[in-house]
Design a binder for this molecule. Structure first.
Ligand SMILES: Nc1nc2c(ncn2[C@@H]2O[C@H](COP(=O)(O)OP(=O)(O)OP(=O)(O)O)[C@@H](O)[C@H]2O)c(=O)[nH]1
Ligand SMILES: [Mg+2]
Length: 328
């Protein structure tokens, strides 16, 4: 056993040994691999972890193909991005997911109502974004699979309750995430490189800001945390600020919508292709059809930063809303 393993390795290994399900073990092994430093002295250990992981993965695959139980925390990505809604109990996570998506998670005034993640689709502009309601974050009972889901998300919506103890709630939630080496991406600069951290974009939703009567509390909260966190006062109950939130989620995902125009035909504006910001004509071609990429001769673009129908190179960077005609 190499001697220079970080302390968190041993914490995770302990959880790994206690893990009950294959999915839990897979999540913890992936975590273990992410904290092992990469150098000669850990070659053997990393090879061993990889071997165990691939064994477990194929075991889980086999079970899946036989239609056996699959982890509730395994949620396939759908739409333009996967966004997790997390936070302490009773803050209104489920109420928000119910208000923003087609999902119908149970909403109740007693704690720990939600016990498994529930996905729903949120329409924004002309795309659909996947929001996942989750069980409450608890310091004394953190679920590795939940942490794994959070780590892989494109965006975290961390919900606190303005009418309860939002300050404590935010601080506690951030501490739990950090314990699992998950850090809000905008705070990256504050963390040294020595630890293996996962940086995920994060917005804080200050829920239950139902009407003007709580605006002052909200202002106090902003005074305290507004410099460090992007804050979004919202109300699942009255719908306050939810439209604004949808737009903000879209923007934080850093995606663009690109429309395809077949040669000699009108552009199809009903369904956009969704790409990462900074994507090129080449990446768009790959998304439209795998074969297009090799055969692509030139492309024309209608949109911002170009003349209407301008001929562009493969490396041309596309903008949100561009219409592209691919010529092969
Ligand atoms: N006034 C007010 N109440 C809300 C709002 N959102 C949720 N609630 C209430 O807060 C309680 C908890 O809501 P849930 O959506 O179940 O909370 P949760 O965060 O999903 O809770 P758990 O699943 O138990 O972790 C319910 O009684 C909701 O009706 C809101 O915007 N304003
Ligand atoms: Mg809930």
């Amino acid at each position: 056993m190499p001697t220079n393993l970080p302390p968190e390795y041993f914490d995770i290994e302990k959880q790994y040994r206690a893990a009950q399900t294959t999915e839990e073990k897979i999540a913890l092994l992936e975590e273990l691999m992410s904290v092992v430093p990469q150098h000669k002295g850990t070659d053997k250990l990393r090879a061993d972890l990889r071997k165990r992981l691939s064994k477990l993965r194929s075991a889980s695959q086999t079970r899946r193909s036989f239609g056996k139980r699959e982890s509730a925390f395994h949620i396939d990505r759908q739409g333009a991005g996967q966004v997790v809604v997390i936070g302490p109990t009773n803050v209104g996570k489920s109420a928000l997911v119910a208000a923003l998506t087609n999902a119908k998670p149970e909403v109740a005034d007693y704690p720990y109502t939600t016990w498994r993640p529930i996905p729903g689709m949120m329409p924004v502009a002309d795309v659909q974004i996947q929001l996942i309601d989750t069980p409450a974050l608890q310091a004394e009972f953190a679920q590795p699979e939940l942490m794994h889901l959070i780590r892989r998300a494109d965006l975290i919506l961390l919900v606190v309750d303005l009418q309860a103890y939002p300050i404590q709630q935010l601080e506690d939630a951030v501490a739990i995430l950090e314990q699992y080496r998950i850090v809000a991406r905008h705070l990256k600069d504050r963390h040294g490189e020595h630890k293996r951290l996962t940086f995920v974009p994060c917005l804080v939703l200050v829920n239950k800001n139902d009407d003007e009567s709580t605006d002052e509390d909200c202002a106090v909260f902003r005074e305290l945390f507004g410099d460090d966190w992007p804050l979004f006062p919202v109300s699942a109950a009255t719908g306050r600020n939810l439209e604004h939130l949808k737009r903000a989620v879209f923007e934080r995902l850093e995606i663009i919508r690109v429309y395809s125009k077949p040669p000699g035909e009108e552009a199809d504006l009903s369904v956009p292709f969704v790409l990462k910001q900074g994507s090129t004509v080449e990446e768009f071609a790959r998304k439209v059809h795998h074969d297009f990429l090799e055969q692509l001769k030139w492309a024309r673009v209608w949109g911002s930063g170009v003349h209407e129908g301008q001929v562009v190179a493969r490396e041309h960077v596309l903008q949100d809303g561009d219409i592209v005609e691919l010529r092969i």
